[in-house]
Design a protein around this ligand. Structure first.
Ligand SMILES: *[C@@H]1O[C@H](CO)[C@@H](O)[C@H](O)[C@H]1NC(C)=O
Ligand SMILES: *[C@@H]1O[C@H](CO)[C@@H](O)[C@H](O)[C@H]1NC(C)=O
Ligand SMILES: *[C@@H]1O[C@H](CO)[C@@H](O)[C@H](O)[C@H]1NC(C)=O
Ligand SMILES: *[C@@H]1O[C@H](CO)[C@@H](O)[C@H](O)[C@H]1NC(C)=O
Ligand SMILES: *[C@@H]1O[C@H](CO)[C@@H](O)[C@H](O)[C@H]1NC(C)=O
Ligand SMILES: *[C@@H]1O[C@H](CO)[C@@H](O)[C@H](O)[C@H]1NC(C)=O
Ligand SMILES: *[C@@H]1O[C@H](CO)[C@@H](O)[C@H](O)[C@H]1NC(C)=O
Ligand SMILES: *[C@@H]1O[C@H](CO)[C@@H](O)[C@H](O)[C@H]1NC(C)=O
Ligand SMILES: *[C@@H]1O[C@H](CO)[C@@H](O)[C@H](O)[C@H]1NC(C)=O
Length: 688
């Protein structure tokens, strides 16, 4: 942020490294701090490629794309100021531990041996409570207690900079201070709103709120960073003044601060709660059944005003916290039972990231879940990005899977997509769900037809919703026609792994098509279309018999499927097989499952099994799919290698899904913070 900080970087870094923190269940590449939507996405870099190892004090938190979102925490103990978050310059506290769960990142700090701090960043996940889930807000709770048996005089401080409101640091920010229902807030925003626009991936519209409790011990201030932080450090209180010289984000860096005077602190913990969030009345534009236009954020369906939403959120901490803890406990116990701590490392790090790519929109009667293909290209509701994440949606609440497919069905059923296969995405650039009236979307026909059929049946089965299948029967039939044409001998095309290039006769892609046809047979059966059910089942079984001859290298030791038909020297992760198990379609013989499960350990590298024989890189999500349908020992081996990678990679970006199995490094400048990590929940959806 400021030049003068650079000189202090070394000193602060050394101070941090001096105290060694533990990391439970592992040290993530980046720690989620406030991660709730494509625009509320602030992390702490950990991996050594740019991060400091995962220490909250000593570096600035960043937006997922890596630009700083200034967030500063100070504490004053007996008149001496220390930094607990960010890099403002003062001596840092000693970090003792970081623990993360699905919804929380909890840091424990030791301040000069005198007091302990528990600092909890919680981005709530409430899958069965869409009112709460619709709020694009996150909590920061700071608890302090005495460590040494003496009482200490303590004040806690936290601020945000205007870097949260725009990706352009020269843009003019504006701000105001107010209170509502005993909640004090700074409201910060781009002076010139640019609706539905992004700069460096940050949203350029809407209003940011940074809030705490109104109380006698609370003071506030908005002004230049060094001035405001200096005031707190030297005095312990702020001046209750707002500098209204609205200016560029980087012009004397305006910050928005609160201080809480905790007074004399004993061994009983005392806490201060902060909330941070974004309100946008309208979050996306959408080409649905009616004309292209804005869609309201879902929170608008529950709250009349932004302040109502803010006040509800901030005063809801106890309930929200207990709902989030319920979700945490479920993920932890389910994951632990299946795969121990290694698997807990994977799922609990993925949950906020998966939801963090989504935005709930619409009304209580007509909801949508919009999803941004973060970092890879910003497409909206990309079908083959939803597919790897579908286990997470199914696990948390199958309704989400329906809501994320809703825009795709609505657009295509309104006749707005000219091709006879399934559309790849809802638009090239989030938040503009323009559709593709010209049919010129990224062409991934077999992939997306298979994905839509599989996910549609997956939702309907778990939600027991046959009407949904009837409603979409015509389009599903059309897509099945495409699969019948193309899945036995797939034309030269790309699959979801488009970065690996295009190829004809892809074994794994063909399998997806065949499972899709069998899924349609089940759909036809459930909807009373007996003849169709029989026809599709016959075709799928005929294809899968042929596929076994075309795709399996029976002479290899051990035998395995190939990457593409007839290429006997090739192999790859047969991750689409997961859908056959998850849906219970029973199309593929158990011998194929067993064969692959026996094969994977023979090609396991330091950090996992390569995606295929073309490269040494692999995918976090697809390995999770493969693990889901492997024997207990192969599954454990996957979990162990993947979690070792999570803990060891030097990457400092939010959990990447594409990484090298030999170096643990990261072969791309994209593929991080993506919702596809929700695929880590796949093993929880099948019962072997
Ligand atoms: C993570 O790596 C650190 C440092 O190498 C090691 O001490 C720790 O045991 C590892 N944790 C896990 C869960 O692998
Ligand atoms: C921090 O959390 C631990 C574990 O829950 C607890 O024992 C301790 O009292 C807490 N300390 C503070 C300052 O809240
Ligand atoms: C979305 O469309 C609006 C025009 O309606 C445009 O101003 C904006 O830049 C677009 N957003 C993106 C991310 O392309
Ligand atoms: C802090 O500032 C206030 C207002 O200027 C002053 O009254 C108070 O004495 C100062 N406190 C300390 C500890 O410097
Ligand atoms: C079976 O389905 C295929 C593909 O949709 C179609 O071409 C064929 O006519 C169907 N056969 C029967 C008997 O319905
Ligand atoms: C399948 O192939 C037939 C024959 O080439 C063609 O008429 C039909 O349109 C194709 N169906 C789809 C959905 O692509
Ligand atoms: C696909 O495989 C079949 C069977 O091996 C072969 O006849 C066909 O030529 C292959 N297609 C392409 C495009 O290579
Ligand atoms: C669906 O499948 C069941 C079990 O195979 C069968 O008994 C039933 O007749 C089928 N229903 C339809 C409508 O095809
Ligand atoms: C067979 O697979 C290998 C490894 O993936 C690849 O390098 C080679 O080009 C493939 N050969 C053919 C004929 O496709």
């Amino acid at each position: 942020m400021q030049l003068y900080n650079l000189g202090l970087l070394v000193a602060s870094f050394v101070a941090s490294v001096g105290a060694v923190s533990t990391f439970t269940p592992a040290r993530p590449p980046a720690v989620p701090l406030a991660v709730k939507s494509p625009y509320l996405s602030t992390w702490l870099d950990a991996g050594s490629d740019g991060g400091n190892g995962g220490y909250l004090a000593g570096e600035w938190p960043t937006f997922w794309e890596n630009q700083i979102t200034g967030w500063c925490g100070l504490i004053r103990v007996d008149g001496v100021a220390y930094t607990w978050m960010g890099l403002p310059g003062s001596t840092t506290v000693d970090q003792v531990s970081l623990e993360y769960t699905s919804t929380k990142s909890i840091f424990t700090m030791n301040v000069a041996g005198a007091v302990e701090m528990n600092i909890t960043f919680m981005s709530p996940i409430t899958p069965n409570d869409l009112k709460r889930q619709s709020l694009v807000f996150s909590y920061l709770n700071v608890e302090v207690s005495s460590l040494d048996g003496n009482d200490h005089d303590v004040q806690v401080y936290a601020d945000i900079s205007a870097e949260w409101v725009s990706g352009d640091r020269t843009t003019i920010a504006e701000w105001e201070y107010g209170t509502t229902d005993d909640v004090a807030y700074h409201k910060v925003y781009r002076q010139t709103q640019l609706a539905f626009s992004e700069v460096d991936q940050q949203g350029e519209w809407g209003y940011w709120y940074w809030a705490t409790d109104v109380s006698d011990s609370m003071t506030y201030q908005a002004g230049e960073d060094t001035v405001v932080r200096g005031q707190f450090s030297s005095n312990g209180t702020l001046e209750n003044t707002i500098n209204t010289d609205y200016r560029a984000i980087s012009d004397d860096w305006p910050v928005f601060a609160f201080s809480s005077n905790l007074g004399s602190v004993s061994s009983s913990p005392v806490s201060t709660l902060f909330s941070i969030g974004l309100t946008q009345d309208e979050a996306v534009q959408f080409e649905g059944a009616s004309a292209y236009g804005p869609v309201q954020s879902l929170w608008k369906a529950y709250f009349d005003t932004e302040l109502d939403a803010l006040s509800f959120f901030h005063t809801d901490f106890a309930t929200s916290s207990s709902l989030s803890s319920e979700f945490d406990a479920k993920v932890t116990s389910d994951s632990s039972a299946l795969g121990g701590e290694n698997y807990v490392t994977m799922t609990s790090l993925s949950a906020r990231q998966a939801f963090g790519a989504t935005q709930l929109c619409g009304t209580e009667d007509k909801m949508y879940l919009f999803l941004k293909e973060i970092s890879s290209d910003g497409n909206v509701n990309t079908v083959d990005v939803i597919f790897p994440a579908y286990p997470f949606f199914l696990y948390s609440n199958p309704e989400f899977l329906k809501l994320v497919m809703a825009p795709l069905y609505e657009n295509q059923e309104a006749g707005k997509y000219p091709n006879d296969w399934a559309m790849h995405d809802m638009g090239s650039s989030y938040p503009n769900a323009t559709g593709h009236n010209d049919g010129n979307d990224e062409k991934m026909p077999l992939e997306e037809c298979g994905n839509m059929l599989i996910m549609t049946l997956a939702y309907a089965q778990l939600a027991n919703d046959v009407d949904y299948l009837t409603q979409h029967y015509n389009l599903l039939t059309q897509w099945t026609g495409y699969l019948v044409n193309d899945s036995l001998y797939p034309a030269n095309q790309i699959s979801t792994d488009d970065f690996a290039g295009s190829l004809a006769n892809q074994t794994n892609l063909a399998l997806k098509g065949m499972i899709g046809i069998q899924a349609m047979s089940v759909i036809a059966n459930k909807t009373g279309n007996t003849a169709d059910a029989a026809n599709y089942s016959t075709i799928a079984h005929d294809y899968i018999a042929k596929w076994q001859d075309l795709a399996i290298n029976k002479n290899a030791s051990p035998p395995h499927t190939t990457l593409s038909y007839g290429n006997w020297s090739s192999h790859g992760l047969l991750y689409n097989l997961f859908a056959d198990a998850q849906l219970g379609t029973g199309l593929v013989p158990q011998s194929v499952y067993q064969m692959q499960s026996d094969f994977y350990p023979t090609v396991m590298n330091t950090y996992g099994v390569p995606l295929d024989t073309r490269h040494t890189y692999t995918k976090f999500d697809w390995q999770s799919f493969a693990a889901a349908i492997s024997s207990t020992s192969t599954r454990s081996s996957f979990f162990q290698h993947i979690s070792t990678w999570v803990n060891a990679t030097t990457t400092n970006k939010a959990l990447t899904d594409l990484y090298d199995t030999l170096t643990g490094d990261y072969p791309s400048t994209t593929f991080f913070a993506r919702p596809v990590v929700g695929g880590s929940f796949a093993p929880l959806l099948v019962t072997n």
